[in-house]
Design a protein around this ligand. Structure first.
Ligand SMILES: NC(=O)N[C@@H](CC(=O)O)C(=O)O
Ligand SMILES: [Zn+2]
Ligand SMILES: [Zn+2]
Length: 346
């Protein structure tokens, strides 16, 4: 008997689509399996105001192939100059779903991010007032702090103080990578949520470093020890509504990763649902995949879950291409390192 799993159509609550030829190349990979996605604003230059978000949204919709149903949920890149009134108007009109906070220098294309958190007090207060979520890349950039500790230190030094100073601010800790992060979310109220990526449910730092350096497993925050990966899996399969899928699928053309100073980012849009089904099945938690991929995210963002259904079918191992070709060059697809038996029925 064929095993099937029917879930509401998933959404991706953290996605990089880039622009131009890369956008056209990767957008179908997401639109095939996801109804909506929170679109990260870290373009070069970044998407910092409502006018730029509207223009970027138009470029995404123009790149969407005929017949594909996909809604981009736009974000603004917070800078020390972000205007609270611009955010409020963009959020009220429905153009912008959230604002993204990058500590300056923390990750790919974050140079225009925030250095002095006091300078964004006014925007954060406005966002708390209007209920606009803040998505956070939660890593400190202090060169003294070990790269494997940067998420945990960010919680203590930056995130917790911001949340205490801004009651009512709704925050999403993006791409959670540590047991410390899981515990922090669990210890707080429902106004704090977290996305978890596909790859952080699968890889540890060994994948990056053992047997030769593997640039396609390098992303930020960097994958941690197995104990942290296991805490993320436990959170994702728990059904706890504060944890939801954000793939952080982050395409970079292969030559920019396979070099002496490779970019951070893992591209996983194409095979994410197959990977997730495999992980959830292994944990005996297939019945909670829908909560993680399709229900908890909309609940946090106060949006209805999708009405359409997605059917996953189990069978002989599914194959995916090692890389996809885009007009901006080849992009290697995330390799989970184990066979995938679930495919999306089309
Ligand atoms: N996750 C990554 O390693 N890279 C992302 C940026 C980010 O999400 O931090 C990118 O834009 O490439
Ligand atoms: Zn990030
Ligand atoms: Zn990201």
């Amino acid at each position: 008997m064929t095993e099937r799993l029917i879930i509401r159509r998933p959404d991706d609550w953290h996605l990089h689509l880039r622009d131009g030829a890369m956008l056209s190349g990767v957008l179908p990979e997401t639109a095939r399996d996801f109804a909506r996605a929170i679109i990260m604003p870290n373009l070069v230059p970044p998407v910092v105001n409502a006018r730029e978000a509207a223009a970027y949204r138009e470029r995404i919709l123009a790149a969407l192939p005929e017949g594909m149903d996909f809604t981009p949920l736009m974000t603004l890149y917070m800078t020390e100059e972000t205007d609270p009134a611009d955010v409020a108007a963009a959020h009220a009109s429905g153009l912008v779903t959230a604002v993204k906070l990058y500590p300056a220098g923390a990750t790919t294309n974050s140079a225009s991010g925030v250095r002095d958190f006091d300078k964004v007090r006014g925007v954060l207060e406005k966002m708390a007032e209007i209920g606009c979520p803040l998505c956070v890349h939660g890593e400190v950039t202090d060169p003294e702090v070990d790269i494997f500790d940067r998420e945990a230190v960010f919680i203590d030094r930056v995130l917790d103080p911001i949340r205490r100073a801004t009651p009512g601010l709704r925050v999403v800790m993006e791409h959670l990578t540590t047991a410390d992060g899981v515990a922090y979310v669990q210890a707080n109220a429902a106004d704090l949520g977290a996305t978890i990526t596909t790859h952080h449910l699968i890889i540890t730092r060994n994948h990056i470093l053992v047997g030769g350096i593997k640039p396609h497993y390098y992303c930020l925050p960097v994958a941690k020890r197995a104990r942290h990966r296991d805490a993320l899996v436990a959170a994702a399969i728990s059904g706890d509504a504060r944890f939801f899928l954000g793939t952080d699928s982050a395409p970079h053309a292969d030559p920019t990763k396979e070099c002496a100073c490779g970019c951070a980012g893992i591209f996983s849009a194409t095979n994410t649902l197959s990977c997730l089904a495999e992980v959830f099945e292994r944990e005996g938690a297939l019945d909670r995949l829908e909560a993680f991929a399709s229900l908890n995210g909309p609940a946090f963002y106060r949006l209805p879950p999708n009405e359409a259904r997605t059917t996953l079918v189990k069978g002989a191992p599914v194959t995916y291409p090692a890389r996809i070709e885009t007009g901006a060059g080849p992009v290697t697809l995330f390799d989970p390192g184990f066979p995938l038996h679930w495919r999306v029925e089309r």
